[in-house]
Design a protein around this ligand. Structure first.
Ligand code: TEU
Ligand code: CA
Length: 558
């Protein structure tokens, strides 16, 4: 495998709206990010991914961009962005932007012009098609509910939107569109961003015959993912994209790709893949219900163990995954994956140990480093997210009670992870002096950065130690390049693996059961003396090669 500059780095996702407000308008801003660079540096972060900060009407929280060359004024100015780049550079940190290019906002100039003249130049920037006998061109359901085709008033035309109707899909068959996008991407790279997290990119290739499919629900429609899955050729588009942009800058790219197949991994994240890396969503994919959040499946720790090992195995000779337990679209990992009896700091540290020490690029989502949890809001009106509102409606339509539909939001809402960052125990968790744009989780009195920075055994310091160990001189080689070798896979309650290079081995062993568990690590002759490198409870019982872990204990030995 070729060595790349980003190997061995640790990344952190900032959701700018909820990170830190500095001017009292209740919305996080760039100044708030700049002010916390030292905070992130001390945690051990190298790469910062900013969720979208471009000009946007925020129908989908900035994933609907109306001008790719502007910073939205709620976040600040381009000067402040340049300042952020410069300040990050001073600290040897890298900024990556969110690249949302499957679609733009309906307020984008291109789309506004297209609406006026669907048959003109800008009409061809999008997918305008005539309806069929008074119906949309095909029976696709968008990701956020309802038809993926929106009628243009006063014409026979509909336009395609895989997400909200305010997010029209860009026509990737039009060379002019590609040219516009490549120019824009290179403009940001020239500015000094180190790369991109690439949004929803697997959706860019359409089947231009837009075939109808057998309905998969009572609405007579089929989820639009069906069309994307059924069409070949996305690879050519992605290769072209890379050649014209990222490759020239040796940029770091992390793609949002779901349901990747093993035989496509090399093409996507191999040495010369379309992307540097992509997120491992295999745990999240397990939750997909047949209909929506109301029938989402629970993922237990046994399942988590299975899918993580599976994903690691598939990639070990190919490339690196980006490992997450949560992000801005997912509930909090602590709330989602940990059993009731591990809903505490030990459990949260255990989960962090498993994720951060895997082979790949760890991505820590803001607040994960203090163990932030899901947030229960009283009514659907308190939620802001477009997807949450849709899934709630789907649940009610399917016959769920309000309580059941709310329960589905508690478990799955994207707003669970979007509540403001909890900095301290003052009003609004120190996030803002004004009224926050989204409800602050009332648990901020107990769970906040300030409290944890004042307490040596906190989740925060534990994450700091995990990262420091991962990057330490003596162990960075094995934690970066060592293979993941699953251990005790048949043993209930143990999630353990070794990281192994030719001349070094370390062990990550965790007990997620209710009971103490004793395991024998290795046969004596295979074994030099083991040292405890990290222990979330600081009391591990290591006797030769025999180790006893209490419930919720996580240790790293080397
Ligand atoms: O998400 C893409 C995507 O496929 C989502 O529908 C995802 O499956 C869902 O959020 C899970 O609940 C990306 C962004 O991460 C998301 O925030 C945006 O809403 C979406 O693209 C549209 O840009
Ligand atoms: Ca602000």
């Amino acid at each position: 495998m070729k060595r790349k500059w980003w190997h061995g780095k640790v990344a952190y996702q900032i959701y700018p709206k909820s990170f830190q407000d500095t001017n009292g308008d209740g919305i996080g801003d760039l100044r708030g990010v700049i002010d916390h660079l030292d905070y992130l540096k001390s945690l051990g972060i190298d790469i910062i991914w900013l969720s979208p900060i471009y000009q946007s009407p925020f129908v989908d929280q900035g994933y609907d961009i109306s001008d790719y060359y502007k910073i939205d004024e709620i976040f600040g100015t381009m000067e402040e962005f340049d300042e952020l780049l410069a300040e990050a550079k001073k600290r040897d940190m890298y900024i990556i932007m969110d690249l949302v290019i499957n679609h733009c906002s309906d307020q984008h100039e291109w789309f506004q012009k297209a609406l006026k003249d669907p048959e003109g130049k800008y009409g061809d920037y999008f997918y305008f098609r005539k309806g069929k006998d008074g119906n949309p061109p095909s029976n696709y359901r968008s990701y956020f509910g309802g038809s993926a085709w929106e009628k243009v008033e006063g014409t026979d035309y509909y336009y395609l939107h895989m997400f909200a109707k305010e997010q029209p899909d860009l026509n990737w068959n039009n060379p002019e569109v590609l040219n516009e996008l490549y120019t824009m991407i290179n403009w940001w790279l020239d500015k000094g961003v180190a790369g991109f997290r690439i949004d929803a990119i697997i959706n860019i290739k359409k089947d231009l015959s837009f075939p109808d499919y057998e309905p998969d629900g009572p609405d007579g429609m089929t989820g639009i993912f069906r069309m994307v899955e059924g069409v070949d050729g996305v690879g050519e588009l992605l290769e072209d994209l890379k050649k014209h942009t990222f490759e020239k800058y040796d940029a770091f790219t992390v793609a949002e790709v779901f349901n990747m197949k093993k035989d496509e991994l090399e093409e996507f994240i191999g040495d010369d893949g379309h992307f540097s890396t992509m997120f491992d969503f295999s745990a999240h994919e397990m939750t997909f219900g047949d209909h929506g959040w109301y029938d989402a499946k629970k993922v237990g720790f046994d399942d988590l163990k299975k899918v993580i090992f599976h994903a690691q195995k598939e990639c070990e000779d190919v490339g690196f995954l980006a490992n997450i337990i949560e992000n801005h679209d997912e509930p909090r990992g602590a709330s989602r994956y940990l059993p009731d009896y591990l809903q505490n700091e030990d459990g949260i540290k255990l989960l962090g140990t498993i994720s951060v020490m895997l082979r790949g690029i760890p991505f820590i989502y803001q607040g994960q480093e203090i163990g932030m949890r899901n947030c229960h809001m009283a009514s659907i009106d308190d939620y802001n997210d477009i997807s949450t509102k849709n899934e709630y409606a789907v649940a009610i339509d399917a016959g769920c009670t309000v309580e059941e539909a709310m329960e589905a939001c508690y478990e799955n809402s994207r707003d669970n992870a979007r509540t403001p960052m909890q900095w301290d125990d003052s009003a609004q968790a120190g996030f803002t002096t004004g009224t926050p744009w989204l409800f602050v989780n009332p648990n901020y009195k107990e769970i906040n950065v300030k409290e944890q920075l004042g307490r040596e055994d906190s989740v925060w310091y534990y994450y700091q130690k995990l990262i420091a160990l991962r990057k330490s001189e003596d162990y960075k080689e094995v934690f970066t390049y060592g293979k993941v070798v699953p251990m005790f896979v048949e043993k209930d309650g143990i999630f353990a693996y070794a990281r192994k290079t030719e001349d070094q081995t370390v062990y990550i062993i965790t007990n997620y059961s209710r009971e103490d568990i004793t395991v024998d690590l290795l046969t004596a002759n295979e074994q030099p003396k083991l040292h405890v490198l990290l222990d979330n409870k600081n009391d591990v019982c290591l006797n030769g090669n025999r180790i006893r872990l209490s419930s919720g204990q996580a240790v790293i030995l080397g």
